[in-house]
Design a protein around this ligand. Structure first.
Ligand SMILES: NC(=O)c1ccc[n+]([C@@H]2O[C@H](COP(=O)([O-])OP(=O)(O)OC[C@H]3O[C@@H](n4cnc5c(N)ncnc54)[C@H](O)[C@@H]3O)[C@@H](O)[C@H]2O)c1
Length: 261
């Protein structure tokens, strides 16, 4: 049997309307998984789901604000009714801004910590309560190189992603003997909608033209390329399937050699 198939799996992907979440939703559905996309952006999420259905595969969109526990619980109960018992969850919803530390507002702190860290906590709680009933489960939390490596102008984002790592490791320990595994993916720069916006902020930080920002990073990275969506998909498939059955509380650095810890 192909060990990278995902037949019979029911996978929630938060942030599945865009970027890495959308790429994973499309890929996993081709491997036989049924996908539930949770996102605030209904229009883009519905487009992804329609694309998946047009290929004869199964997916549903749920408009969920992942900072709201009741909304996560309601959607997940619906997922189990419509798609079957939950087997996997990917927390990919996230936001990022680059702002000098002294200009960071309390509002930006609250928003970033809520979406990147609190929502991961809430989603893991809901996911695990279902997975315990189902006897097994695997969760992937999208962390970041910024979950390990500090960056000026990204203080709040780094704080949230360092938190995601500690959260994931601690939950992984608690449920290691319950057949529930949690791991992180820590990518460097992936050219998604997130960087379409961030490149303007980074350009200010380095006094570059926005169009020079991504080529500038490519030069700095030892492999001289950014992360491909396929790199993220490959790591996620590995972590969500039995290929990684002895891994929990770990993090895969997708950084082209930039960081080795
Ligand atoms: N792009 C990168 O370079 C990069 C690198 C490392 C880590 N990451 C992390 O990977 C994850 C995915 O990043 P991406 O580049 O695909 O981002 P993206 O901006 O393309 O997509 C993020 C999605 O999250 C959704 N979202 C935001 N707030 C939400 C909320 N409250 N409830 C529900 N959905 C919400 C957005 O609507 C969007 O569809 C994020 O956690 C990000 O921090 C990104």
């Amino acid at each position: 049997m192909d060990k990278e198939r995902m037949d019979g799996r029911v996978i929630v992907i938060t942030g599945g309307s865009s970027g890495m979440g959308a790429a994973m939703a499309k890929d996993f559905s081709k491997r036989g998984a049924k996908i539930a996309v949770y996102d605030l952006n209904k229009e883009k999420g519905q487009q992804i789901v329609d694309e998946i259905k047009a290929k004869g595969n199964i997916a549903e969109f749920f408009k969920v604000d992942v900072t709201n526990k009741q909304a996560i619980e309601d959607a997940t109960n619906q997922v189990e009714i419509q798609l079957g018992p939950l087997t996997n969850w990917v927390n990919s919803a996230g936001i990022s801004r680059m702002v000098p530390f002294l200009d960071c507002s309390e509002e930006l702190w609250n928003l970033t910590l809520n979406v990147n860290l609190k929502a991961t906590f809430l989603c893991c709680q809901v996911a695990i309560s279902h997975m315990l009933n189902n006897g097994k489960g695997e969760i992937v939390n999208m962390c970041s190189l910024s979950g390990k490596k500090p960056s000026s102008w990204q203080t709040i984002y780094c704080a949230s992603k360092f938190g995601v790592l500690g959260l994931t490791q601690s939950i992984a320990k608690e449920f290691a003997d319950k057949n529930i595994r949690l791991n992180c993916i820590c990518p460097g720069i992936v050219h998604t909608e997130m960087w379409d916006k961030l490149k303007y902020e980074y350009a200010k930080k380095r006094n570059l033209d926005p169009e020079e920002v991504l080529p500038y990073f490519e030069k700095q990275i030892p492999m001289h390329r950014l992360v491909d969506l396929q790199d993220v998909i490959n790591a996620a498939v590995f972590l969500l399937t039995d290929n990684s059955s002895y891994l929990t509380g770990q993090s895969i650095n997708l950084v082209g050699g930039e960081w080795m810890d």
